[in-house]
Design a protein around this ligand. Structure first.
Ligand code: WT7
Length: 631
């Protein structure tokens, strides 16, 4: 690809160009794609509103760039390799030619259900090839996909369906994840019963178990799709038409729908994929994320396919049937680039080295991590045991809102420092500011991480609530996008991400707002009030610590605890279950009624001697009770 950087010197040169003349820089990169008609202005922006437009009036369809464009040279090249949850099942290989047919058929099927440009379609699916096909089928016809991770509860799914007013849900009878089975159709039925917007449920067979069937609304994927025409014209999309919505948690109670648009997202995911992973034409690339998260959108589907890459999609989990699953797959498929999360690395470290070195990992050229700060120990282990000290690690910092990787090494030629994400990609202008928004220009300092200039895949809005987008990201510091993260820039100018500075906790690379979990806990019968904080957790990065005030306690606390856990599973899903629940009689509040989480955090972190000033508390005596009862 013409936009591939091949040395650190070239990186420095490109970086300088991208800052001196961003518009020309991105216009040149955008030129390597297929546009139905060219943009007339590269960038229009203003962070105040915010209003950001890239490749203004350009027309395109991202699926033509992901698939059709490659059919000449790469028709028979494998686009997707699917690895089942079950190690003994055969892989499925989908070539670019086959993917084209499947996407067109699914797109025609959606049309036959009355879906068109601008309509929202919810995908609540296992990690099966049909999920990738469904994503691209939406994009083909200009429908906006909203993928919801298939671990969220019926309530969480219903909230997301309702917020986006989706007309169709695509799901499966059920899914396999390790030795667990989840009845997805049943969850979807429950969710849909709470919504008024769903017209059809399209169901792929996966577990082949019986499901409830509503003849009015439900359609089997396998009945509808194979009969469709194998050609479907790609809808002409404006560069700034929405491509998808992806819900993510913030510091308030309700998850928000981050909106990405067609042109800029395409250019940035393609560019960042090629450069961070240094993908070569015959490489096999594997990202272990779920497509329910942004990592899966940008770096399982769009980024790789835009580069005509071969991308692996894995249905299962790292630790089943045993902790060697990832390493066996790398050997079997001869994976060249491997991209995973620190939490997975930490979990697999506990399985020992024996199970790793049984496998031939010599195909690896680049190792990536994403989702949370990686600790020293995990970085060193990844480097030494998985990379045999020969493979570079790229620690990629980014967010759902940034659409693509922002700060990271590029393959093997960027300097590497354990726990440092490193330098920004070309086109990305990060900066550190202090509490007052004053930029910290010297190196060797810590601050709040912001970005000063738009990049093509910056979020455009939060669905249905532009004000919230402005408030959350563009109002803390004038003229800047605020990330919510704290970071340090060392004397070499390299960035190390410290973690969230807002009321967001990062559990195994998944984001939750403390308020979101509190709202769920407060739904349980015995709970009067609760406060949630994160605390360091050996495997998950952060664990969830809940302080709970109960009323009418049942015969014992154990019952209340179970009730709370069940409620959280019902309201959000198993991934948000608190790791620790401490029952308290009061919470530390200021005179204005604000919970002082700083205190709760210190107690949860096991540092009750470092509470700092507690004189502003309404009732300082609750603190000693909380410290005494700490878990
Ligand atoms: C938050 C974004 C980006 C895809 C996965 C998570 C944290 C992400 C790193 C990293 C340190 C990281 C940040 C960020 N984060 N990558 N390499 N080093 N922290 O996406 O759910 O939108 O979460 O994850 O705190 O703000 P997300």
């Amino acid at each position: 690809m013409s936009y591939r950087i091949t040395s650190f010197d070239q990186y420095k040169e490109q970086y300088a160009n991208s800052v001196n003349d961003p518009e020309n820089f991105w216009a040149e990169i955008a030129d390597s794609f297929h546009w139905k008609s060219k943009w007339d202005k590269t960038l229009e922006w203003e962070f105040e509103t915010p209003n950001v437009k890239w490749f203004v009036n350009g027309k395109l369809n991202i699926t033509e760039n992901c698939i059709d464009r490659h059919l000449g040279q790469h028709r028979d090249k494998t686009a997707i390799i699917w690895e089942s949850n079950f190690p003994d099942r055969e892989n499925i290989y989908l070539s670019y030619g086959e993917l084209h047919i499947e996407v067109c058929q699914a797109a025609n099927a959606l049309k036959s259900m009355g879906i068109g440009k601008g309509d929202r379609v919810c995908l609540y699916m296992p990690m099966i090839p049909e999920l990738a096909v469904a994503v691209l089928a939406c994009a083909r016809i200009g429908a906006i996909h909203s993928v919801v991770f298939a671990g969220f509860s019926a309530q969480a799914l219903a909230d997301r369906i309702e917020d986006a007013k989706c007309k169709v849900v695509i799901t499966s009878d059920g899914l396999f994840r390790g030795n667990k089975k989840v009845e997805l159709k049943k969850i979807v039925d429950e969710a849909v019963s709470k919504c008024s917007c769903i017209e059809h449920i399209l169901v792929k067979k996966c577990t082949y178990e019986e499901v409830n069937w509503n003849k009015q609304t439900d359609i089997w994927w396998d009945d509808l799709i194979p009969n469709q025409a194998t050609v479907c014209p790609a809808e002409e999309m404006d560069s700034e038409d929405p491509l998808f919505i992806l819900y993510t948690s913030g510091s308030t109670g309700k998850p928000k729908g981050v909106v990405h648009t067609c042109g800029g997202y395409m250019v940035y995911t393609a560019y960042s994929f090629a450069n961070v992973f240094q993908y070569d034409e015959s490489d096999i690339y594997w990202c272990t994320a779920d497509i329910g998260w942004i990592t899966g959108h940008s770096y399982i589907i769009y980024g790789p396919l835009l580069n005509a890459a071969t991308t692996v999609m894995f249905e299962g989990v790292p630790t089943w049937p045993d902790g060697g699953r990832f390493w066996q797959i790398i050997e079997k498929l001869k994976v060249n680039q491997f991209y995973t999360a620190p939490t997975a690395i930490r979990a697999l470290m506990t399985c020992g080295e024996e199970i790793v070195i049984k496998n031939d990992l010599s195909s690896l050229k680049v190792l990536g991590t994403v989702g949370e700060p990686i600790n020293h120990e995990a970085w060193e282990w990844y480097k030494r045991v998985i990379g045999e000290n020969k493979v570079p690690i790229v620690d990629t910092w980014w967010q759902t809102e940034t659409g693509g990787i922002m700060i990271s090494g590029l393959g093997s030629f960027s300097p590497q420092k354990a726990t440092f994400a490193g330098y920004p990609l070309p086109g990305i202008q990060p900066c550190l500011v202090d509490q007052n928004g004053v930029e910290i220009k010297e190196n060797g300092q810590e601050g709040l991480l912001c970005v000063k200039f738009p990049w093509p895949s910056i979020l455009r809005t939060t669905y249905g609530d532009h004000k919230r987008c402005k408030l959350t990201y563009f109002s803390s510091f004038k003229g800047m996008y605020f990330t919510g993260d704290g970071a340090r820039r060392d004397m070499d100018g390299m960035y190390r991400i410290i973690g969230r500075v807002d009321d967001v906790i990062n559990v195994s690379g998944h984001r939750f707002g403390t308020a979101e979990i509190e709202n769920a806990i407060n739904e349980s019968e015995f709970v009067v009030e609760s406060a949630v904080v994160g605390y360091p957790h050996e495997i998950k990065g952060q664990g969830i610590y809940a302080y709970v005030i109960c009323d009418n306690i049942p015969s014992n606390y154990e019952m209340a605890r179970l009730e709370i856990l069940n409620t959280v599973v019902r309201e959000i899903g198993p991934i948000a279950k608190p790791d620790k629940i401490q029952f308290v009689s009061g919470l530390p509040k200021t005179r204005s009624g604000k919970i002082m989480r700083r205190i709760l955090r210190k107690v949860a972190e096991g540092e009750p001697d470092k509470l700092g000033d507690i004189s502003t508390l309404l009732d300082p005596t609750v603190v000693s009770e909380i410290i005494k009862g700490a878990l």
